[in-house]
Design a protein around this ligand. Structure first.
Ligand code: PHE
Length: 348
């Protein structure tokens, strides 16, 4: 067989092998085998020195042509295989972004925190400052500075957890009244503060009592503040929480740090005043304690009661939550049964 025929045969075999190469590794092997230094074409070219001077350029040219053809065929096949590999990979890794995701369980505010946030937001919108006090409090702030000297009988109203003889778990948020009065610079305008937080009493837990619960204290002290301001403010709170048809009624009461003192009732939101089980057929529900800040409290905090005065109130968000949602046992709020708590999902 002449060299030309040999080259033709090599080309045909090579082309077949290229066509049959099914992956990139294989096509690479074919390239090395056909076109490499130890490959058949190289060895054919080496045999050229035996040819005559006329034949040599003809065969040489042909050999180059064969090599070029094979090179092109290999490159084309490689490109084809690369594309196929990419297509297969894309098909396999396909991601359907329209498929529904796996839901992630999200937490939410506790129902009582929701009420606290609502009340605090309301007061912030009216320009009150938020003051958060400590749950461990000095006895003087919890009692003395609120006009409750030692041995005052009213101390019995609030059974106390003592930490040391002079430090206690605060029984009310009212200590913040004294603390804020002491701090406030009245030359800058009236003091308007709201103070939410936890309080503690030595009560035996039952359906309506808990040794730990929440209070929100509010106080406004300035010039010419009247009881009508108190009533109007309480109406805004009640209506924003329970609906705008509700009315507020003040009844005389007693707190050592306010004079006069009142207890505030709101129209029963359940029967709208007609009388039902929730309001014990009175048409009213008691929601908070309040009054005009006692001159002694002002004096003890360095504020002149001749010049300044105002009101204070303390409301219980736990009780608000019970009323608002018809919950008859306060312990439900603290036992952390998520089936109970999830009923109050703000996100609906
Ligand atoms: N601190 C009182 C209580 O715990 C409530 C109250 C606050 C009353 C402010 C009057 C003024 O019962």
């Amino acid at each position: 067989m002449g060299l030309k025929d040999k080259l033709t045969q090599l080309r045909d075999e090579g082309m077949a092998e290229i066509r049959n190469s099914k992956d990139l590794q294989k096509i690479n092997e074919v390239r090395v085998k056909m076109l490499g230094k130890k490959g058949p074409i190289t060895s054919v070219l080496r045999g050229m020195k035996e040819l005559s001077a006329e034949e040599r350029p003809v065969v040489g040219k042909f050999a180059n042509k064969v090599r070029d053809e094979l090179t092109t065929a290999i490159e084309d096949r490689r490109a084809e295989l690369e594309q196929a590999e990419l297509d297969a990979q894309l098909a396999e890794e396909k991601l359907d972004v329209t498929l529904p995701g796996t839901p992630v369980a999200q937490g939410q505010s506790h129902v009582i925190q929701q009420i606290i946030d609502q009340v605090v937001d309301l007061f912030v919108s009216m320009g009150y400052e938020v003051a958060v006090g400590d749950e461990v409090e000095q006895e003087v702030y919890n009692f003395e500075k609120l006009n409750l000297p030692k041995d005052h009988p009213a101390r019995d109203m609030q059974d106390t957890f003592y930490v040391t003889p002079t430090v206690l778990m605060r029984t009310q948020t009212s200590p913040m009244q004294a603390r804020m009065l002491e701090k406030h610079d009245f030359s800058q305008g009236p003091l308007k503060m709201i103070s939410p937080g936890k309080v503690y009493r030595r009560d035996t837990d039952d359906a309506t009592h808990s040794h730990q619960f929440n209070q929100i204290e509010g106080m406004v002290v300035g010039k010419h503040i009247t009881m009508a301001d108190l009533k109007g403010t309480l109406e805004v709170v009640a209506q924003s929480l329970f609906g705008d048809k509700l009315q507020v009624r003040l009844r005389p009461s007693y707190f050592p740090f306010t004079e006069p003192s009142v207890e505030a009732d709101i129209t029963c939101f359940n029967c709208m005043g007609k009388g039902c089980a929730i309001c014990k057929h009175t048409g009213w529900i008691e929601v908070l304690g309040a009054g005009m800040v006692h001159p002694n409290v002002l004096k003890m905090s360095g504020v002149d009661p001749e010049e300044y005065g105002g009101f204070a109130f303390g409301l219980g968000p736990d009780r608000f939550a019970m009323l608002k949602y018809g919950v008859d046992d306060i312990r439900n709020f603290y036992q952390n049964d998520v089936r109970f708590l999830n009923q109050f999902d703000e996100k609906g």
